[in-house]
Design a protein around this ligand. Structure first.
Ligand code: NDP
Length: 435
């Protein structure tokens, strides 16, 4: 803590992982040789830079840009770019640290990184977003490359923003190499990449439920957020026969007692993805749904909860409310949406609880598949990518069972994900010497 003052999110992520690893390292001390843990919590490189750009009124705006290159031990740095006013070094360091374990879990050869800016895309024109993205890449381009660091999207960075950044990268580098994933389909993007994180989260939930002889069919589900991850979590949960009763954003929660339909989801996607609107706009347009301003979805009675918005959006009181209402499964689409206390409460109550680094790894896994397709100058069909995604999520679930089984036969997905990810990163680091 003394070496990372003012970085609560980073310390939270490290604490959660170290608490899981400790019993494993006591039994297998070789993994801690050569100051491995001390090296693992230190990013290989942190880049911080000025991003100046001109708004539509001709005023110059100044933002901060970052790229945290956490670990190259098992492949090029890989992780998303986030544009949100809350972005700072602590948030991006926690995300890059988590990403390193998550990417290891996918079994694909990717290291961990994360980047972003405190730029707020809300209320900006598309021209302003483009000028900002171009200014951002004017610095970022010298630090990334297809075998060095391959960024993607995250909060506030979707297909439009990735397109602007990938375009500027080409201009500056005179290279069409794959340095961004999440690209549009016309210039190297992969089918199913937009869907992958949300779909993967639901596939993971389905695997967890199967360990108790259950499935998504007939379950009532709450989803938080209404962005990329949330939208496709809603879609896949519906396809598997569940009733999804909520979505949310920072303005509040929409509650639909009858559940989402494909038609309603299309309206939500249009409002969010084309009009950059809010969930209260959705509630105003769709009859029979309720809108609770400034409220999160966790007091609503459901069988399955899928937090898909942002970090620390589900605290101990929320966890207690979900448990009291009989929740059976919580699978995180977002990164670290549950506080440490909330996650512990789920496990103590016997809820099937998956931390984001396991359940939301389908996004980066499919980014890995996009890199493979680009390198091979190929494009696979949606069915092919989806089948690989499902297989990868099943593999991550199996790894969690292998490393997370407790003496009494129950499973801690927290321990399973942390130990399984750690073993791969640690072995790669030890094999490559003290670097
Ligand atoms: P989007 O920007 O598409 O959507 C983010 C959603 O979360 C929006 O509904 C947004 O609401 C809400 N949100 C963001 N910040 C806050 C906040 N501080 N308080 C309340 N609500 C908030 O992002 P994604 O869907 O891509 O990302 C969502 C989560 O999933 C993040 O934790 C991300 O790291 C994680 N993730 C994403 C992956 C991907 O492939 N995109 C891969 C793996 C994880 P509003 O519009 O009001 O801000």
């Amino acid at each position: 803590a003394a070496r990372n003052p003012g970085q609560p999110e980073f310390l939270q992520a490290v604490t959660e992982v170290m608490e899981s690893l400790w019993p494993f390292i006591e039994k297998n001390p070789k993994y801690a040789d050569n100051a491995l843990l001390e090296r693992l919590v230190e990013p290989e490189r942190i880049i911080q830079f000025r991003v100046s750009w001109m708004d539509d009124k001709g005023q110059v705006q100044v933002n901060r840009g970052f790229r945290i290159q956490h670990s190259m031990a098992i492949g090029p740095f890989k992780g998303g770019i986030r544009f949100h006013p809350s972005v700072n070094q602590s948030v991006l360091k926690f995300l890059a640290f988590e990403q390193t374990f998550k990417n290891a879990l996918t079994t694909l050869p990717m290291g961990g990184g994360k980047g972003g800016s405190d730029f707020d895309p809300k209320g900006k024109s598309s021209a302003e977003v483009m000028r900002f993205c171009q200014a951002f890449v004017t610095e970022l381009y010298r630090h990334v490359g297809p075998d060095t660091d391959v960024p993607a999207g995250d909060i506030g960075v979707g297909g439009r923003e990735v397109g602007f950044m990938a375009g500027m990268y080409k201009k500056l580098s005179n290279s069409a190499a794959c340095v961004f994933t999440g690209k549009g389909l016309t210039f190297g993007g992969s089918l199913i990449r937009p869907e992958a994180t949300g779909y993967g989260t639901v596939y993971f939930a389905q695997e967890m439920l199967a360990t108790r002889g259950q499935s998504m069919a007939g379950k009532t589900v709450s989803v938080s957020g209404s962005g990329n991850v949330a939208q496709y979590a809603v879609e896949k949960a519906m396809q598997l026969g569940a009733k999804v009763v909520t979505v949310s954003d920072s303005s509040g929660t929409v509650y639909d007692k009858d559940g989402f339909t494909a038609e309603k989801l299309a309206i939500l996607m249009d409002i969010k993805n084309n009009k950059y609107g809010r969930v209260n706009d959705y509630a105003a347009q769709v009859p029979g749904v309720e809108f609770f301003a400034g409220v999160r979805p966790w007091n609503i009675k459901v069988d399955v909860a899928l937090p898909c918005a942002t970090q620390n959006e589900l605290d101990l009181a929320d966890a207690k409310a979900l448990i009291a209402n009989g929740v059976v499964c919580v699978a995180e689409g977002a990164n670290m949406p549950s506080t440490i206390e909330a996650a512990k409460a789920f496990e103590a109550a016997g809820v099937l609880y998956a931390p984001g680094k396991a359940s939301n790894a389908g996004g980066v896994a499919t980014s890995g598949l996009e890199m493979s397709q680009n390198a091979g100058r190929l494009s696979w069909t949606a069915e092919e990518v989806d089948a690989r995604l499902l297989q990868i999520m099943q593999g991550i679930h199996a790894a969690c069972l292998k490393y997370g089984k407790r003496a009494d036969g129950t499973v801690s997905y927290i321990d399973g994900a942390n130990v399984a990810g750690f073993v791969k990163v640690a072995e790669a680091m030890q094999a490559q010497g003290v670097i």
